[in-house]
Unconditional design. Structure first.
Length: 326
């Protein structure tokens, strides 16, 4: 069936809500389908190798299509979790900062889907409030939550309205800021990681870092599990960049690595170790975002990073500074 996309120039509120309700059903079916696909993907991939050439192409096409669905669900999850952390106090300030960039190729589809999730929450809460065993306090809390979700629903509606194009200067000022997480010795981990990678990896790495900068977050996926905090990754064909959100437009860069087709225990342990060493310093990094010297230092790191990844490499790259813990 697929997600329905409306022409927003002349859509009525009733048509929009009907579209969102259809998309809720499609989202539910898609999530179930993805669960089944994860269970059978290894088996299908094995069978594809043994199939005749034509069948092999058809099977690969299906695998690619299924993978695209799963990637979209990962994107939805990333934004949905962030939106669920909003409160009445920071809704107006943070709502638009959390949303995907309009440059995202799936922008409208993502917005409609996220709005569908909010409408689904409203419907479930409305049904729940009919429970006769609720106390007055519980009922009031649910009513407040319904009102809060209705506010989010209206904000999504406003986002879907036609917007003026940003000037180059406005786009530049709206870019995200990269903060580079140091090791225990104060060195920036990603520089040594990148230096150990083949040069042919650099264009993809550059694309991933730029997607964090401009808010498109290519192939974004949130790590699952308590050991990972709110850390996520952006993904290319071969590479991953691990990051975390520090404030409305600042993102901590933890590590980069090449995709492993078989995730080993050693790999998981290494990634968890990096994240565990980062989490205790997260609060300190957030506080340092008010320090102009700190921000200048990380801007310099960013310039160095982009020079390093540039196709035309600067032979006189600046020497990396060591971050102190002061």
């Amino acid at each position: 069936m697929g997600f329905e996309i409306l022409n927003l120039d002349n859509v009525t509120e009733e048509e929009l809500i009907a579209c969102i309700e259809k998309n809720i059903m499609e989202a539910t079916l898609t999530r179930k389908e993805i669960t089944n696909l994860k269970k059978s993907s290894i088996s299908n991939h094995s069978k594809a190798k043994k199939a005749a050439p034509v069948k092999d192409e058809i099977t690969q096409f299906k695998l690619d299509k299924d993978s695209a669905k799963e990637d979209f669900e990962d994107e939805v999850d990333y934004y949905h979790v962030a939106l669920n952390k909003l409160t009445n106090k920071n809704l107006s300030e943070m709502f638009f900062k959390i949303l995907p960039s309009r440059k995202n190729p799936h922008y409208q589809k993502l917005i409609l889907r996220l709005q569908a999730e909010v409408l689904k929450d409203i419907k479930e809460l409305t049904e729940f409030i009919k429970d006769e065993n609720l106390t007055l306090r519980e009922m009031q809390e649910i009513k407040d939550e319904i009102l809060f979700n209705q506010q989010k629903f209206q904000l999504f509606t406003s986002v879907l309205l036609p917007q003026e194009e940003l000037t180059d200067e406005q786009e530049k000022s709206s870019e995200n800021r990269l903060i580079f997480v140091p090791t225990a010795t104060g060195k920036i981990r990603i520089f040594s990681e990148i230096d150990s990678m083949p040069l042919e990896y650099y264009p993809e790495l550059s694309e991933l870092f730029l997607s964090i900068k401009n808010g498109t977050f290519k192939g974004v996926k949130r790590f699952q599990g308590e050991n990972y905090g709110s850390v996520s990754e952006v993904r290319g064909k071969m590479l991953r960049v691990v990051f975390d959100r520090l404030d409305k437009n600042s993102y901590a860069i933890l590590t980069v690595f090449a995709k492993k087709f078989q995730i080993t225990a050693a790999y998981r342990s290494s990634l968890e170790s990096i994240i565990q060493s980062y989490l205790p310093m997260e609060e300190t990094l957030v506080k340092k975002l008010e320090d102009e010297e700190f921000l200048t230092l990380h801007h310099d790191y960013e310039v160095e990073l982009m020079q390093k990844l540039s196709p035309i490499k600067n032979t006189c790259q600046p020497k990396q500074k060591v971050m102190t813990n002061e």
